[in-house]
Write a protein that binds this ligand. Structure first.
Ligand code: NAP
Ligand code: ZN
Length: 352
């Protein structure tokens, strides 16, 4: 084991603060990565504040962070995929059994023996996993995608969660040219959803509660912007969408969105609000509509997404912050006051 610097929360009501954690030395299939940037996902905030206590209660101290990009500093003797100095990334998962039907299909996100990057039992240390608000991390090479070398690294970090979480359902539900696609909420996930849906050739409509984000939405690739609290604007789109991706982090009216789907249309939730949402049956019955959900994506698809981003020069729009500003950033995230993802410059941890 070795000591790593990190930021952790001691309880659901404590701010994140500087700490030292123990990491394992690399095993033969592990890579050790010096973390350069880590994105701040709204899931980090839900988890740190124990808002998902019913599904995934938080173990403290909690070191969040699952949008990690960095450089390999050590490799185990059996590592073939990386050499020291290579760029490397880590997303929401760090291990799975590798043998179940889900893993064999390359869908590790559904493995019953999955290990998430933080707040999950750690098979190696016997404690819990610690995430990317840290100077380094040690992960099996199987869970470490390669990073295209032509992209800005601060903007690459968010691809590892916000990117794959939007890329995967857009692909799974066949978003292509000729489809009318809605993206709900222009936050970290939503702005990646707009970029990907646009790159896939769809007609993209962004639903927002923030009128001030209209111009940005168009710049990011939306063809139209609808203020979701304006019933008249919503009514113009009734019954017209093939697919809507909902990336909202808080309670909101999904029945208003179901009514915008055409026959056999699908509303897919990627947002994970603290409390259950209510669904009116008639919104589904009329039009034989579906309500679905999607978690992150598998490792092969994550690599595909990163390669797609390299080819199309896509990264997240980020505000780079030092780790000392992380608590302030959480408060701003709650006010939807970030364009459109915070990315922590981990060099700042050296002086924290
Ligand atoms: P975020 O950056 O905070 O974005 C959320 C957006 O939702 C906001 O920018 C805002 O957009 C909209 N919003 C916020 N409060 C709202 C309200 N009361 N009513 C309507 N709209 C509201 O968060 P994020 O990091 O993108 O994450 C979004 C959600 O996805 C979180 O719940 C997160 O935990 C979840 N998530 C799920 C997965 C998965 O695997 N499925 C992965 C990552 C994250 P506007 O200002 O445009 O209205
Ligand atoms: Zn996330």
């Amino acid at each position: 084991m070795y000591n790593a610097k990190a930021f952790s929360a001691a309880s659901a009501t404590s701010p994140l603060a500087s700490t030292t954690i123990a990491r394992r030395d690399p095993t033969e299939t592990d890579v050790q990565i010096e973390i350069l940037f880590c994105g701040i996902c709204h899931s980090d905030l839900h988890q740190v504040r124990n808002e998902w206590s019913g599904v995934m209660p938080t173990a403290y101290p909690c070191v969040p962070g699952h949008e990690i990009v960095g450089r390999v500093t050590k490799t185990g003797s059996a590592v073939t995929k990386f050499k020291v100095g290579d760029l490397a990334a880590v997303g929401c998962m760090v291990d799975s059994d590798g043998t179940c039907p889900e893993c064999r299909d390359g869908l590790e996100q559904f493995c019953p023996n999955l290990t998430l990057t933080y707040n999950f039992p750690d098979k190696h240390t016997g404690g819990v996993t610690y995430g990317g608000y840290s100077d380094s991390v040690v992960v099996d090479q199987r869970f470490v995608p390669k990073v295209p070398t032509n992209l800005n690294l601060a903007g690459v970090a968010p691809l590892l969660c916000a990117g794959i979480t939007t890329f995967s359902p857009l692909h799974h539900w066949g978003v292509t040219k000729g489809k009318k696609v809605g993206i709900v909420g222009l936050g970290g996930l939503g702005h990646m959803g707009v970029k990907f849906a646009h790159a896939l050739g769809a007609h993209v409509v962004l639903f927002t509660t923030s009128p001030g984000k209209k111009d940005d939405a168009i710049r990011l690739g939306a063809d139209e912007v609808v203020i979701s609290k304006n019933a008249d604007e919503m009514a113009k789109h009734a019954g017209s969408f093939d697919f809507i991706l909902d990336a909202v982090s808080a309670d909101h009216d999904i029945n208003a969105l179901l009514g915008l789907l055409r026959r056999d249309g699908n509303l897919c939730l990627v947002g994970a609000p603290e409390k259950p949402l209510s669904v009116a049956a008639f919104g589904l019955l009329f039009g034989r509509r579906s309500l679905s959900g999607s978690p992150i994506g598998g490792i092969a698809e994550t690599q595909e997404m990163l390669d797609f981003c390299g080819k199309h020069n896509i990264t997240a729009d980020v505000e780079v912050i030092p780790i000392q500003k992380v608590n302030e950033a959480y408060e701003r995230l709650l006010k939807s006051d970030v364009k459109y993802r915070f990315s922590i410059d981990m060099a700042s941890l050296k002086t924290a």
